[in-house]
Ligand binder design. Structure first.
Ligand code: ATP
Ligand code: MG
Length: 339
């Protein structure tokens, strides 16, 4: 297996170091081994030569690698994360990564959240009517095509079926946002007919947030649009115990090509201190291994993470006294017992 690794900025590259240590260890139990190339796309390169995502990058990744692992992008010297947006949006569009999967792993079970990742309110359609340079009216339009909703739902529902899920909830707001809302409902109801083992239900996003916080594990699979998914998945990260724990996968429904990245950003406040929690990126490695069909090391790593997180070498964000390096060492020690 060959990976493209983009460490990125701040704690991104610190947690990626830890992921590479774990991948090196895991590689021993995979016949073909695991190798990777590291790409320096991020703030430093943007500041020195103005390049965010080099031309042809999506094609290069797709043609030469099995998956992408990304740390985090963001730098206080670059306003609005201009470089990060160029890189992330470029990869998302260029690789057609329209499915964003974020598992919310809780003691009572896992909630499998799927967010559409390319259209909706983030489609970039809109503008402003200005008077003397000042916006008087501002418009961001929510755009969905049936084709994208179908491809997204088909992939998400079949992924849920593969995981053995029995229930799936469509999160929407069709009472207030009727046009895209009813498109989603219509496609959801049609696609569900192809998955007789999945019981579907539909919830307004406001009610869903309420129920998710009160009793998260009543939910099994959840599918939703771009904006709602963005908000809801941060609630999921909070329920798990913080940003340091939440992992995500962005997947192309057509090719299955995927990019894995922790949900957290570059966290400039703790960058360089050696205390970033590598749990989220290591959970990304679990998702990556499983996605590429390596279930045995994926299960072993997932179990090692949950064992390591019960020791005192967890990082300070989880109330521990450990460093990134020490927590990674503990995960590797646990992994040695299992592999
Ligand atoms: P960015 O602009 O890159 O998103 P940010 O300042 O928003 O950076 P995030 O990484 O999104 O920072 O996270 C917000 C805060 O949560 C951080 O400032 C940090 O204190 C904490 N945090 C996030 N991820 C981790 C982690 N892996 N380990 C420890 N603390 C973290
Ligand atoms: Mg952030």
């Amino acid at each position: 297996m060959k990976l493209a690794v983009i460490p990125g900025d701040g704690i991104g590259s610190e947690v990626i170091d830890s992921a590479l240590r774990v991948l090196r260890r895991t590689s021993r139990v995979i016949d073909s081994g695991i190798s990777w190339d590291v790409f320096d796309w991020g703030a430093e390169r943007w500041l020195t030569d103005g390049v965010g995502l080099p031309d042809g990058a999506p094609h290069l990744l797709r043609a030469n690698y099995d998956a992408v692992l990304l740390g985090a992008l963001g730098d206080p010297r670059i306003p609005d994360m201009a470089h990060g947006r160029e890189i992330l949006l470029g990869l998302r569009q260029g690789l057609d990564l329209c499915v964003n999967y974020r598992p919310v792993v809780l003691p009572g079970g896992t909630v499998h959240l799927y967010r559409e990742n390319t259209q909706g309110l983030y489609a970039g359609v809109g503008g402003a009517i200005r008077r003397g340079g000042i916006a008087e009216v501002a418009i961001d339009e929510c755009v969905y095509t049936r084709e994208t909703v179908e491809r997204f739902l088909r992939y998400s529902l079949s992924d849920l079926q593969r995981r053995g899920s029995r229930r799936v909830t469509l999160v929407h707001k069709s009472n207030a946002v009727p046009n895209t809302g009813s498109l989603w409902q219509d496609v959801f109801r049609r696609e569900l007919r192809e998955f007789p083992d999945l019981a579907g239900n539909e919830q307004y996003v406001d009610a869903f947030c309420y129920h998710l916080v009160r009793n998260p594990t009543q939910f099994d699979g959840v599918v939703t649009s771009n904006l709602f998914g963005d908000v809801v998945s941060d609630i999921g990260a909070a329920l798990m115990g913080g940003l340091g724990l939440a992992a995500s996968a962005s997947i192309s429904p057509d090719t299955g090509f995927a990019l894995f990245e922790p949900v957290h950003g570059s966290a400039p406040d703790i960058a360089g201190l050696g205390i970033a929690n590598p749990y989220a990126v290591l959970m990304c490695v679990v998702l990556l291994l499983r996605h590429c069909g390596f279930d045995i090391p994926a299960d072993a790593l997932e179990q090692s993470l949950s064992d390591a997180v019960r020791t005192e070498v967890t990082t300070p964000d989880l109330g521990g006294i450990g460093t990134t390096d020490q927590f990674t060492g503990e995960v590797l020690r646990q992994l040695d017992l299992k592999l």
